[in-house]
Write a protein that binds this ligand. Structure first.
Ligand SMILES: NC(=O)c1ccc[n+]([C@@H]2O[C@H](COP(=O)([O-])OP(=O)(O)OC[C@H]3O[C@@H](n4cnc5c(N)ncnc54)[C@H](O)[C@@H]3O)[C@@H](O)[C@H]2O)c1
Length: 330
């Protein structure tokens, strides 16, 4: 485990509780972080330099939860040392660094997985099934809010900090990249680092997604709404009932006599499916272990991470021009 800070400790807890793993070492430059990790995993040794892990052939898997600017170097070094790697989001802060990681992964025989956690959320798995089955009809648009009064970062703005979650969900649900992106934001607390970003994505089929990303917001909101032709769905990750499927919309009757009958309102039932309560971080780790055991390709593989970093980079360019749309191609 490299990086045992605020988030890394969650990995320490999850890895330490997974029967198929043995947490061999916790590496962090900060002795206090190591001590907190050691409390959760008393059997692990404490190290201060990732090189010590790379030099130990008995260590098979490296989890990287250090700050984003360090991901590229640590991940490439771990792959070169023949380790399987789970690296936290954002994979990198530029497509150049992300491509360098992709090149290292291509040279390696090991599994590289990116910690796009939301893809492993049971609600997202159900939402994907619903979309693929056609039960929701055609997707018109997505609206998403990821906001709270939360941790302010210095290495990255709200786009790079929160955007990977929303973009990985969209990539997984829609199974395609946007063709253009528009972003506008505001730097309130630190010069040059946007605390709030509003992002609009357009897709080749005409679908749109609007994302509100902010760590300067009165309360925690994690809501993804899909408006489709047959049903509308709301995924609210802070609510006890995570998924609500609304039988709402407008129908076009095959025959009508007056203009008022051309579209008829459907305001039907709301269905709340039962979802398994599995922790996404545990599911993510189990998926990594399965891929290592079977030689399978992770769902959150380098190809999907490259698409997400490319979208983030395009959004950053749009942000710099105060919202000029940036094309991503198809
Ligand atoms: N998937 C999620 O939901 C989620 C949530 C929060 C954070 N994250 C990601 O996890 C990563 C870490 O975030 P955090 O909030 O824990 O940050 P943090 O600053 O709290 O922790 C980072 C830790 O890494 C250590 N570190 C820095 N450079 C190091 C190096 N070269 N070698 C060893 N240790 C080093 C620091 O001492 C620190 O303890 C970030 O990429 C962040 O985006 C993901």
């Amino acid at each position: 485990m490299i990086g045992a800070g605020a988030w890394g400790l969650n990995h320490v807890r999850v890895v330490a509780s997974e029967p198929r793993c043995e947490l061999v070492a916790i590496v962090d430059r900060d002795p206090a972080a190591c001590a907190r990790g050691k409390e959760l995993a008393p059997g692990a040794s404490v190290l201060h330099d990732p090189e010590q892990v790379f030099a130990d052939p008995s260590i098979e898997i490296v989890v990287v939860a250090t700050p984003a600017p360090t991901h590229a170097n640590i991940t490439c070094a771990a792959l070169a040392a023949d380790k399987h790697v789970l690296v936290e989001k954002p994979l990198a802060l530029s497509t150049m660094d992300a491509q360098q990681i992709a090149d290292s992964a291509a040279r390696s025989r090991r599994v590289l997985m990116v910690g796009h956690l939301m893809v492993f959320h049971p609600a997202i798995a159900r939402l994907r099934e619903l979309l693929r089955s056609g039960a929701l009809g055609f997707l018109h648009y997505v609206h998403s809010t990821r906001a709270n009064l939360g941790r302010i970062r210095r290495d990255e703005n709200a786009l790079w900090s929160f955007g990977p979650h929303e973009l990985s969900m969209l990539d997984h649900l829609l199974e395609r990249s946007p063709v253009s992106v528009t972003a506008r934001g505001q730097c309130v607390l630190q010069p040059g680092i946007e605390d709030v970003v509003f992002l609009t994505l357009r897709y080749a089929g005409g679908e749109m997604a609007h994302l509100h990303l902010s760590w300067l917001h009165p309360r925690k909101e994690r809501r993804l709404t899909l408006v489709c032709s047959q049903k509308m769905v709301e995924f609210d990750d802070v609510a006890p009932e995570k998924l609500r499927i609304y039988d709402k919309g407008y129908d076009r009757p095959p025959q009508f006599t007056q203009f008022a009958e051309y579209l008829t309102l459907r305001d039907g039932d709301v269905y709340i499916p039962q979802l398994p309560m599995d922790e996404p971080l545990k599911l993510q780790l189990r998926h990594l272990l399965d891929c290592i055991a079977t030689g399978g390709r992770p769902t959150t593989d380098i190809a999907s991470a490259l698409r997400i970093v490319a979208t983030l980079e395009a959004a950053q360019r749009s942000l710099a021009s105060d919202g000029v749309p940036v094309n991503l191609g198809t």
